[in-house]
Design a protein around this ligand. Structure first.
Ligand SMILES: NC(=O)c1ccc[n+]([C@@H]2O[C@H](COP(=O)([O-])OP(=O)(O)OC[C@H]3O[C@@H](n4cnc5c(N)ncnc54)[C@H](O)[C@@H]3O)[C@@H](O)[C@H]2O)c1
Length: 247
């Protein structure tokens, strides 16, 4: 149990990779708040049934009133905020088009959730982390920001933005002992994954480790970045993709 006594918020934790993050942080001893536009009660129930502490909140990360409520309710329920996993994003439901077919409205919606969302969540938890003089903010980017997947410009731009935000925010909050890092996963298989088959095949071909990636492949690095093992690591983006992007 490397996170005993810690309190974590996982945005977009109601399903798929976010749910795996929430379960893992709970397994390591953290109380977990699942903040999602979807109902996170099933995941929260699972965590409680396994003896952990969890709370599900209906939150739209692109709405500042909601992200403020997320921080308040977390402190009310569990007394502190140690870890924020900025995982919520428009991903599974996104339309893949050539860039000239992406409407301005679609671009704005992806940016509002995938870029403004992590910003608002960081802003909401910062006063509590500052007061505690400690905190871990983990932004979920994507290897696509390095790879430059075509027909996905709105999404790729949003995940590249998180790498810059991770660096810039790390410098702003380091003096308060708050670490800001990012995880950039490769294509991860789960029951909701609907990426074109050709993309899965291409990723497999380019990977050093020749197998499909699962949410579990991300959990070791997540725990490392959430725990005190990484207390002197900040501003970094860790690409976890079985050795496809090498830098
Ligand atoms: N699956 C992959 O191949 C892959 C690869 C690299 C990065 N990622 C990133 O990992 C994260 C999780 O991806 P996933 O595959 O589980 O996709 P997903 O679409 O199932 O997960 C996104 C979660 O965010 C929630 N969400 C969406 N809009 C929200 C909003 N406005 N407010 C609050 N919650 C909102 C969704 O309800 C969902 O639970 C995303 O940030 C995604 O960009 C995924």
């Amino acid at each position: 149990m490397r996170l005993s006594g810690r309190v974590a918020i996982v945005t977009g934790g109601a399903r798929h990779i976010g749910a795996a993050y929430a379960r893992k942080l709970a397994e390591e001893g953290a109380a977990v708040v699942i903040a999602d536009i979807l109902d996170g009660e099933t995941v929260a129930d699972e965590i409680r049934a396994a003896g952990g502490r969890a709370l599900a909140l209906k939150i739209d990360v692109s709405d500042e009133a909601d992200t403020g409520r997320m921080a308040l309710e977390t402190v009310k329920a569990f007394g502190r905020i140690d870890i924020l996993v900025n995982n919520a994003a428009i991903f599974i439901n996104i339309q893949r088009h050539p860039f000239y077919e992406i409407s301005a409205e679609e671009w704005d919606r992806v940016s509002a959730v995938n870029i403004k969302g992590p910003f608002l969540c960081a802003k909401a938890v910062f006063p509590q982390m500052k007061e505690q003089k400690s905190g871990k903010i983990i932004n979920i980017s994507s290897s696509t920001a390095y790879w430059g997947t075509p027909n996905f410009l709105h999404y790729v731009a949003s995940k590249a933005a998180l790498i810059g935000m991770t660096r810039s925010l790390a410098r702003e909050v380091g003096e308060f002992n708050i670490c800001v890092n990012a995880i950039a996963p490769g294509l991860v298989e789960h029951e909701g994954q609907n990426a074109p088959k050709v993309l899965t095949e291409l990723q497999l071909k380019e990977r050093s480790i020749k197998r499909l990636q699962t949410p579990e492949d991300l959990l070791g690095v997540l725990t490392y970045l959430a725990s005190s093992d990484s207390d002197f690591v900040t501003g970094q983006t860790m690409v976890i993709d079985g050795g496809s992007i090498l830098y």
